[in-house]
Design a protein around this ligand. Structure first.
Ligand code: AMP
Ligand code: MG
Length: 349
């Protein structure tokens, strides 16, 4: 099998229409790119009716825009309204959609042993990551982190009674940044399937989910090299599958020779150490999204235990030196395009 690296780097802008070469069906690949969730988004579907496909992609784009508003951690919308109420110690009436999301993410957060903690929005904000602008300046003052560590909020501090939400901990601020894209990926594939498109790929800034096939072959997905600009590896996936990567390269600030990235270890209040990226393959993109973030926090020693507890068996971890650890399931599926410094297959048992 020969893999063309250009297949993996679908970063071009604008819409394009690519006929399947060698496909027996008269389907074409309809592809649209957009910017939402603060990232480049790419939706591709294979279709015989181009207009119907473009309408379906438009429907997905509309969903993304609504989700981006409703689930945004710091811009005005359903979640930030809730955060304002919690900060003021008030009870807040939430709609069913947000309640369901919070209940589902709480289950995942518990499965991660609290390493994924969407209640730490205040901490993420203190590190300056609730901001669209390029970051600079020093990290939060030690005293601020110390104060935070004394009463760290978790999802178990939330009190949900009917559709009313309140918090036992006034420091609790919700940030679904490590989960919402996964939910959006699931919903996008659901929406496309409902509209009759069962062969599709959705890429939210490097977090991908696919359904069906790419013509007569599986979808080919590149996994970014955390220390480079190209692909480190590639996987072939088909059917309903998500390939989600959390990388410390995604957002960071540099200050006096130190790099501070956006994935925070709730135990220390500091950016997680030593992991450059975690890639998870799983059917459910929301679980994969949470797990990828949690595994960065878990670190190069403890990640297998957290993967097990989250029901994840297909993982690739890259450390900050470029060394790779992966599960047996990932080792069977992945193809390296660059040679890592070291590769170790780790047992989850
Ligand atoms: P991801 O790109 O999926 O790894 O998510 C990273 C985002 O999740 C960050 O930008 C924060 O908004 C948020 N975040 C950072 N650390 C954590 C954590 N330990 N638990 C939950 N969310 C986090
Ligand atoms: Mg995530």
């Amino acid at each position: 099998m020969s893999l063309d690296r250009r297949d993996f780097l679908k970063l071009g802008l604008g819409a394009c229409l690519l006929p399947f070469i060698g496909s027996a069906r008269s389907e074409t690949l309809i592809s649209e790119h957009m910017y939402v969730f603060g990232t480049l988004v790419d939706v591709e579907v294979s279709a015989t009716d181009e207009m119907a496909a473009r309408r379906a992609i438009d429907a997905v784009a509309q969903d993304f825009m609504i989700q981006n508003k409703d689930w945004h951690a710091w811009k005005r919308g359903a979640l930030s309204d809730l955060n304002i109420a919690l900060a003021a110690g008030r009870m807040h009436v939430a709609d069913l959609e947000l309640l369901t999301l919070l209940q589902e993410v709480t289950v995942l957060a518990r499965a991660s042993n609290g390493l994924f903690n969407p209640a730490i929005g205040g901490l993420v904000s203190a590190w300056g990551f609730h901001n669209d602008l390029p970051l600079d300046g020093p990290p939060p003052a030690k005293i601020e982190l110390e104060r935070w560590r004394q009463t760290p909020p978790t999802m178990d501090d939330l009190i949900i009674e009917g559709n009313m939400i309140s918090s036992r901990n006034r420091a609790l601020r919700l940030d679904l940044g490590g989960y919402a894209k996964g939910v959006a990926l699931n919903r996008a594939l659901d929406r496309l399937a409902t509209l009759g498109f069962n062969d599709a790929l959705v890429n939210l800034g490097g977090n991908l989910a696919v359904a069906g096939k790419h013509g007569d072959r599986p979808w080919r997905i590149g996994i970014r090299h955390p220390q480079g600009s190209g692909a480190l590896a590639a996987v072939e996936v088909s059917g309903r599958t998500a390939v989600v990567t959390s990388g410390t390269y995604e957002r960071y600030r540099d200050y006096e020779g130190h790099r501070y990235h956006h994935i925070i270890d709730p135990r220390t209040g500091q950016p997680a150490q030593h992991v450059a990226s975690a890639t998870v393959i799983h059917r459910d993109a929301a679980r994969a999204d949470v797990a990828a973030t949690a595994l960065v926090v878990a670190g190069m020693k403890d990640w297998p235990q957290i993967a097990c507890s989250m029901g994840i068996d297909n993982v690739m971890m890259v450390d900050d030196e470029g060394r790779v650890q992966l599960t047996a399931a990932m080792a069977r599926q992945v193809r390296f395009l660059e040679s890592p410094l070291a590769i170790k297959v780790v047992s989850l048992a």
